[in-house]
Design a protein around this ligand. Structure first.
Ligand code: G6P
Ligand code: ZN
Length: 543
């Protein structure tokens, strides 16, 4: 094997965010930008010689270029084998499963998740460790430090590797195995869920629509829902992955899936609607006449998980990110199991899952998952919902309302101010932080503040500490305001304001969410002066 060492100069901006390094495609297209980052990852790892690396992506624009570079750099650095999905495709949860199933050293996930694709869109690279989950901060910090001083990378000189045909080939002494991206994942789902019961549900006339948003879950959803579970052909829409996601925005929320939402609100529409994002780890769940918020979905899935064979023994515990509503906490309390509050980002669940302390995790940002992999998993959430619907023989709306009648309802919303000037956003947060120590005990907008802090996470498994994870202001009536800056944006800063209030089991569960949270929305504005500082008259997105 002839390894070439190529001189390079560092880029100052290769700091991994909440979920890997996400940048505009044009940024990634700069000379050696991909090479620097991948070499910096390998330089921050030890002991991978001769071991297996998994590589796959969501099929977005530039996936094909970056994947060839990645394979060459892996060969030059001494990996023994690369496992890659056919056509360069692997959904994020499937990549996590492949890493675990084949006991690989780690994996590279090429994705910018739900961000738009195409030449004007975003690209991303994320490194996952041997448990199948995103690298912890210890590694991502080391990678960033390395990117700042890197002066060379290693590669090999080969023609492009054929990723279209399943099978094994040798690239400069390293084995490259192209695998079916769907097979192992489908088998894993079959081991967790009662496929016979779900098949029976479809056979009885239950109708669903699943929007793959022209992204990576198309082949997975078609194979599992239509081929294995007998859902009628056409259940999966936008099922062919395209590099530009059909020029759409593959984020499964009520803005980009409005048509589906409208369809589910009609009398003769389907019974159930679902969607996943660009790389297949997020989910949207809509029942007939009922959108299920991600925070509620986490609570409902945790409360009903035992109805699926994979969780029939019950769950060990639940974890949620700090800004996610506390609906799941009430389920944990009732079940008498552990409940954990972590910073935003799936990587923080890894230790708890590995230690067996939690089984189900979720985030307000449309992510839910379990200990079956170490990523959130869109289709998993859809299948668990289907399993629950099949066993309970009730509709989504009925199940949600029953849940609120026994646990109460956490009214919850998130207001995003996107592409705000970064300096303005940072100043706003800094000014708020200064005020926090004096806030407890005072009254704002008629509500008394119980606590006000900037969330610090103490990982109970490895003792690591993550500070400055978001400003939280809790009130004596149990309601809460959280403000933080997004770690996944690629332009300017995105300010997220999370608002929540609890309505007891015997209270009113049919209020409009924005109305129910109006007093809190006003307090948030009073405290942070968001509109005057950002010059915006309101949030860019409300979820
Ligand atoms: C990605 C991560 C999630 C995170 C979400 C929002 O999807 O995988 O763990 O919750 O981004 O992060 P942000 O920092 O933009 O709020
Ligand atoms: Zn995603």
């Amino acid at each position: 094997m002839t390894v070439k060492t190529i001189k390079t100069t560092p880029y100052p901006d290769q700091k991994p965010g909440t979920s890997g390094l996400r940048k505009r495609v044009a940024v990634y297209q700069q000379p050696n930008y991909v090479e620097n980052y991948i070499q910096a990852i390998f330089d921050s790892l030890e002991g991978f010689e001769g071991k297996t690396l998994v590589i796959g992506g969501d099929g977005r624009y530039y996936n094909d270029v970056a994947i060839q570079k990645a394979i060459r750099i892996a060969a030059a650095n001494g990996f023994g084998k690369v496992l890659v999905g056919q056509g360069g495709l692997l959904s994020t949860p499937a990549a996590s499963n492949i890493i675990r199933h084949y006991e690989a050293f780690g994996g590279l996930v090429l994705s910018a998740s739900h961000n738009p694709g195409g030449p004007q869109g975003d690209f991303g690279i994320k490194y996952n460790v041997s448990n199948g989950g995103p690298a912890p901060e210890k590694i991502t910090d080391a990678v960033f430090a390395r990117t700042k001083v890197i002066d060379s990378y290693k590669t090999v000189d080969t023609p492009d590797i054929d990723l279209g045909t399943i099978g094994t080939q040798s690239v400069e002494g390293m084995t490259v195995e192209v695998i079916d991206p769907v097979k192992d994942y489908a088998a894993l789902m079959q081991s967790l869920f009662d496929f016979d019961a779900i098949r029976g549900l479809f056979a009885s006339g239950f109708r669903m629509t699943y929007d793959a948003m022209h992204a990576v879950t198309g082949p997975y959803a078609t194979a599992i829902l239509e081929d294995m579970l007998g859902a009628p052909a056409g259940t999966v829409v936008n099922g062919t992955p395209s590099p530009s996601f059909g020029d759409g925005h593959p984020d499964p929320n009520l803005v980009y899936c409005k048509d589906m939402f409208d369809l589910l609100m009609t009398a003769d529409g389907p019974d159930f609607g679902a969607a996943s994002d660009g790389d297949g780890d997020r989910n949207l769940i809509i029942g007939k006449n009922r959108f299920v918020t991600p925070s509620d979905s986490l609570a409902l899935l945790a409360a009903n998980a035992h109805l699926a064979p994979g969780y029939s023994k019950g769950i060990a515990g639940i974890a949620r990110s700090m800004p996610t509503s506390a609906a799941a906490d009430r389920v944990a309390e009732k079940l008498g199991i552990e409940m954990h509050e972590t910073p935003t980002g799936w990587k923080f669940f890894g230790n708890l899952l590995d230690a067996g302390r939690v089984t189900i995790c979720g985030e307000e940002s449309a992510g839910t998952g379990s200990d079956h992999v170490r990523e959130k998993d869109g289709l998993w959430a859809v299948l668990l919902w289907l399993n629950i619907l099949a066993v309970r023989k009730q509709g989504v709306d009925e199940i949600v309302q029953e849940h609120w009648r026994s646990y109460g309802r956490n009214y919850y919303t998130r207001h995003d101010y996107e592409e705000v000037d970064a300096a303005t956003a940072n100043q706003l947060m800094d000014d708020l932080r200064v005020k926090l120590p004096e806030m407890a005990g005072t009254a704002i907008g008629g509500k008394r503040v119980a606590y006000a802090d900037d969330f610090t996470y103490h990982d109970p498994v490895d003792g690591s500490i993550s500070a400055k994870q978001g400003v939280r202001i809790g009130f004596e009536d149990g309601s809460r305001i959280v403000l933080r800056l997004s770690g996944t944006g690629t332009v300017g800063a995105t300010l997220r304001v999370y608002l929540e209030r609890y309505e007891p089991a015997d209270g009113r569960h049919d209020l409009d969410t924005q109305e129910a949270l109006k007093p809190l929305i006003e307090i948030a504005e009073e405290l942070a002066k968001i509109q005057s500082r950002t010059g915006r008259s309101g949030p860019s997105v409300i979820t």
